[in-house]
Design a protein around this ligand. Structure first.
Ligand SMILES: CC(C)(COP(=O)(O)OP(=O)(O)OC[C@H]1O[C@@H](n2cnc3c(N)ncnc32)[C@H](O)[C@@H]1OP(=O)(O)O)[C@@H](O)C(=O)NCCC(=O)NCCS
Length: 191
C-alpha cells in the first residue's frame, strides 16, 4: 500500500480501547444495516454505531483530516480527490464524523488491491479497520484481494493476520531499509 513517507513509519502503539463500536454496514442510502461485530462488554463500554458507506465529494475534507500525511502533501490530497470521485473509496463514520477510510482498486493484475486504509488515531483498536476491510472484501469484484504495508508497520501486519490474510511476497527498494510486505486473501462468494 503506497503512502507518503511521513505516514509510512507509524508508531505501533494502541490508543487504548475503552469501547467497541457496533458496526452497521450501509452501502446504499436506506439499506438495511447489519451488525458486523458484537460489542465486548466491560464497565467502560459504550454502545455506538459505526456506519460504513461510500465516500462522496463532500467527505474529502474529513478524509484529509483523518489522513495526517495529506495536511502537508498536495500529491496525497490530489489522490484523495481522485479516489473519492473515482467511486472506489469508503468511509467509516461514528456519530456523523468520519473516523477512517479505505480505497479499493483493480490496477494490480486486475485483482482487488486495498491501496489505502487509514483510521484516525483516536479511533484505532475499536474495529474500524476490520470493518473497512470487511466491506471492501464484500464489494470486491475480483477473486483475490491484495494489499501491502511496510515491514515496520506492525499494526497493519497484525490486522492482516487477524483477518486471515496470507503473506504474498516482499518488494525491496520502495522505501530505503523498510521492505514492502504483500498480503493476499482468496475471496469467497459470487464473483
Ligand atoms: C492499521 C490500522 C488501519 C488498523 O486499524 P484499527 O481500526 O486500529 O484496526 P482494528 O481495531 O480493526 O484491529 C483489528 C485487529 O488488528 C490487530 N491490531 C490492530 N492494530 C494493532 C496494534 N496497534 N497492535 C497490535 N495489534 C493490532 C489486533 O489483532 C486487532 O484486534 P484487537 O483490537 O481485538 O486486538 C490503523 O492502525 C491505522 O490506520 N494505521 C495508520 C495507517 C496505516 O498504517 N494503514 C495501513 C496501511 S499501510
Amino acid at each position: 500500500m503506497r503512502k507518503g513517507p511521513p505516514q509510512r513509519r507509524l508508531p505501533s502503539q494502541s490508543t487504548g480501547c475503552s469501547l467497541r463500536i457496533r458496526t452497521a454496514l450501509i452501502t446504499e442510502p436506506g439499506a438495511q444495516a447489519n451488525s458486523l461485530r458484537s460489542p465486548l462488554g466491560s464497565g467502560r463500554w459504550q454502545n455506538r454505531i459505526m456506519k460504513i458507506r461510500k465516500a462522496t465529494d463532500s467527505d474529502t475534507a474529513a478524509i484529509i483530516a483523518v489522513d495526517h500525511a495529506a495536511a502537508h502533501d498536495e500529491n496525497r490530497r490530489r489522490h484523495i480527490r481522485e479516489w473519492v470521485s473515482g467511486d472506489s473509496t469508503i468511509v467509516a463514520e461514528v456519530d456523523d464524523a468520519v473516523v477512517g477510510y479505505a480505497t479499493l482498486e483493480y490496477t494490480f493484475f486486475s485483482q482487488g488491491f486495498i491501496s489505502m486504509l487509514i483510521v484516525a488515531e483516536a479511533s484505532r483498536r475499536k474495529g474500524v479497520g476490520t470493518a473497512l476491510v470487511s466491506q471492501l472484501e464484500q464489494v470486491c469484484k475480483a477473486e483475490k484481494m491484495f494489499t501491502s504495508t511496510n515491514q515496520s508497520n506492525e499494526p497493519m501486519q497484525a490486522l492482516m493476520h487477524r483477518m486471515s490474510y496470507e503473506p504474498s511476497g516482499v518488494v525491496h527498494n520502495l522505501d530505503d531499509g523498510d521492505p514492502e510486505l504483500f498480503y493476499f486473501k482468496k475471496l469467497k462468494g459470487n464473483r
